[in-house]
Design a protein around this ligand. Structure first.
Ligand SMILES: NC(=O)c1ccc[n+]([C@@H]2O[C@H](COP(=O)([O-])OP(=O)(O)OC[C@H]3O[C@@H](n4cnc5c(N)ncnc54)[C@H](O)[C@@H]3O)[C@@H](O)[C@H]2O)c1
Ligand SMILES: [Zn+2]
Length: 348
């Protein structure tokens, strides 16, 4: 994991330190490729690699099995083999699909990640979960495949639209709530309107801390089996349902997670003893980063409940739900009912 600025021109030399292979595919989306692909390609070429660039349309709708197959076909046609590697240059959508391609191509070749959104830097590039969406739902097909190298270049965030930048803070605030009360206080005094340039060092420290939090949790439960990794799903039961109810268009992932965090906090007050003042502080913090904490008045709330039911198994009316008893810690509650979720959603 490398983090800094002006790194894109050094991708080739860093890759050479880690990888013996010669050929590689840079997988990117149409927005990101236009901005950064030349730099990455030149850097890899200068370091003695033979890269091909594969660009897919920007947006979640590209994260499909068909698209993954098409990328593999391009790689086969270009003669890439078991000795090749995949570079994912983009946000979380590209992290997931390029990682999935790396996981299945010749039964697995190395994956280099160059995340270009804040969300991808603090979340999707860490932990080795890769995958694609299907008509029935998100991330239903995938594989665990840890990246060989992750290169975070903060310079790339300068072109990221503000709304996209802010949604990354939903996951950052989630990490603070479940694991780091000190980081929560740092965020409370963060200048949320600051330009990237003025706060680059602080942002770099913040990103590093978030990677550390997620990596530590993942390291203890890499395959999502013991329930520890599930803590990272704080805010996501309702968050995913909001995303689905909005047809994946109404809200960005981080925005839906922000609403999910508000619901999870209300449930935590009721079921885990979270002080109401701390619940209010979490909601305030989300609002400072211009993240939604209330649903639009006419939003179809029943569809959120339907999506929760679709997503989760209710065992004798109860659901495994991540709660926070106080800022900085989280646990899985086994006594949260659909009525609790309904009540929390009704108040959103
Ligand atoms: N694997 C995991 O652990 C994990 C975790 C969280 C999210 N995810 C996945 O991540 C995806 C969401 O990620 P995302 O929000 O980064 O979405 P995204 O990759 O679709 O990027 C959002 C938009 O920003 C554009 N963009 C990216 N970088 C840019 C830059 N530097 N400058 C200008 N524009 C830029 C993209 O073209 C796109 O239009 C979802 O598919 C989600 O399932 C995966
Ligand atoms: Zn998330």
């Amino acid at each position: 994991m490398l983090i800094g600025d002006a790194f894109l021109r050094q991708v080739g030399s860093h890759a050479r330190d880690h990888l013996k292979c010669k050929t590689c595919a840079i997988v990117s989306d149409s927005n990101v490729a236009r901005l950064f692909a030349d730099r990455v390609k030149q850097s890899l070429t200068a370091a003695g690699f033979r890269p091909i660039l594969i660009t897919i349309p920007a947006g979640e709708r590209s994260k499909t099995l068909n698209q993954a197959g098409a990328i593999c076909d391009r790689m086969i046609a270009a003669g890439l083999d078991r000795q090749s590697f995949v570079v994912g240059l983009g946000g979380g959508m590209i992290s997931d699909i390029s990682g999935f391609v790396a996981a299945i191509y010749h039964r697995g070749i190395p994956h280099v990640q160059i995340p270009t959104t804040l969300l991808a830097m603090v979340d999707s590039s860490v932990g080795g979960k890769t995958g694609v969406d299907t008509r029935a739902g998100k991330n239903l097909i995938g594989a665990f495949h840890q990246p060989a190298l992750v290169i975070d270049d903060l310079d790339v965030l300068k072109t990221l639209p503000r709304r996209q930048f802010n949604q990354g803070f939903a996951e950052i605030i989630k990490h603070a709530v479940i694991a780091d009360a000190k980081m929560f206080r740092t965020l409370e005094s963060w200048d949320a309107s600051s330009s990237l340039a003025s706060g680059a060092r602080a942002l770099q420290r913040l990103i590093k801390r978030n990677i550390q939090i997620k990596s530590r949790i993942v390291a203890k439960d890499e395959r999502d089996r013991t329930g520890l990794r599930a803590l990272l799903n704080f805010g996501h039961t309702v968050g995913h349902a909001v995303e689905r109810a909005g047809n994946y268009r109404r809200f960005l992932h981080g925005e839906a997670v922000s609403l999910g965090i508000v619901a999870a906090c209300a449930i935590s007050v009721k079921k885990a003893g979270l002080p109401a003042s701390q619940c209010a502080a979490i909601v305030d913090l989300l609002e400072r980063f211009e993240l939604p904490t209330r649903l639009p008045p006419k939003f179809p709330r029943t569809r959120i409940l339907d999506a929760v039911k679709f997503d989760k198994k209710f065992e004798s009316g109860k659901i495994r739900f991540v709660v926070t008893p106080r800022i900085g810690i989280a646990c899985v509650a086994k006594d949260v009912t659909l009525d609790d979720v309904r009540e929390a959603v009704a108040h959103l």
